[in-house]
Design a protein around this ligand. Structure first.
Ligand SMILES: C[S@@+](CC[C@H](N)C(=O)[O-])C[C@H]1O[C@@H](n2cnc3c(N)ncnc32)[C@H](O)[C@@H]1O
Length: 256
């Protein structure tokens, strides 16, 4: 390892340790309860919280995914299968596998897949260790979940299960580098998490996680750092589309 690579490894390892020490209790307990609680209304609530922009961002993300007939796709942290369903509508001859830790989210996801006339194979489990052999998938997607994960470990797992020549597509809310954008974004997030919890009558666990959703972004990575991290775990040809001053970004990364 060159000294530059060593510095990058130490930087990400330090940041990941800080995130783990701040959030590991929430990740292993409260967050799981939150997603079980919100599963029945997750898709509607996401649209309300994002003032309707959620569907637009998802469509934009889906449109970046190159899919060929017969491609094997893995959707990581699939939630209610919105990504898998969207991809199968575009390319019905692809095969989609979903993995998520929440049985409740996947139960809703399976119902939605059937209602949309598509089939998605479902796995329930923690994505820090993916239960698939090396080189299994042509495409891997991960949308709106990285903030809740030890992301260097998950990116490495994703690279392991991708076939050589395969692509990984990532979309998430990120930490804007500009301080003014960051302050405005935090204010918006605090407000919208509270209002959404109120409208949908969220349970106690979901309400108690209000601060977490804001703090998770504050300790998360910028779009530039996600690019560097993808390169650090061995991806190549990383391409990025930033939106809204770095609040959101789509990344595409290849495995050679
Ligand atoms: C905000 S939802 C996003 C769902 C979906 N990707 C989408 O675009 O709508 C985050 C999902 O990540 C899942 N999740 C969080 N931590 C996880 C972990 N360690 N392993 C597996 N799934 C996890 C949650 O259960 C939840 O379904």
């Amino acid at each position: 390892m060159s000294s530059e690579q060593d510095t990058v490894a130490q930087y990400f390892s330090g940041r990941e340790k800080a995130r783990k020490s701040a959030f590991s209790g929430i990740w292993s307990d409260e967050l799981h309860a939150v997603f079980s609680d919100v599963a029945p209304y997750y898709d509607v609530a996401s649209n309300v919280a994002s003032l309707g922009l959620c569907s637009t961002w998802r469509q934009r993300f889906l449109s970046t995914v190159d899919l060929k007939p017969g491609d094997a796709v893995l959707d990581v942290c699939a939630g209610t299968n919105a990504v898998g369903i969207g991809l199968l509508k575009r390319q019905p001859a692809a095969r989609v596998t979903a993995i998520d830790r929440s049985q409740a989210m996947q139960d809703v996801g399976q119902k939605l897949a059937r209602a949309n006339g598509v089939e998605i194979e479902s796995f329930v489990g923690d994505v820090h260790k993916l239960p698939f052999p090396d080189n299994s998938f042509d495409v891997v997607t991960l949308q709106w979940a990285s903030r809740h994960l030890q992301i260097v470990d998950v990116f490495s797992e994703i690279r392991r299960v991708l076939k050589p020549g395969g692509s990984f597509y990532h979309h998430d809310m990120l930490r804007p580098e500009n301080r003014v954008v960051r302050a405005l974004y935090s204010t918006y997030l605090k407000g919208c998490v509270s209002v959404t919890a109120l409208i949908f009558g969220s349970g106690k666990k979901a309400r108690s996680c209000r601060n977490y959703f804001v703090e998770a972004i504050e300790l998360f990575y910028s779009s530039r750092e996600i690019t560097e991290m993808l390169e650090h775990v061995g991806f190549t040809e990383v391409k990025v589309q930033n939106a809204m001053g770095g609040i959101m970004a789509n990344h595409r990364a290849n495995k050679v």
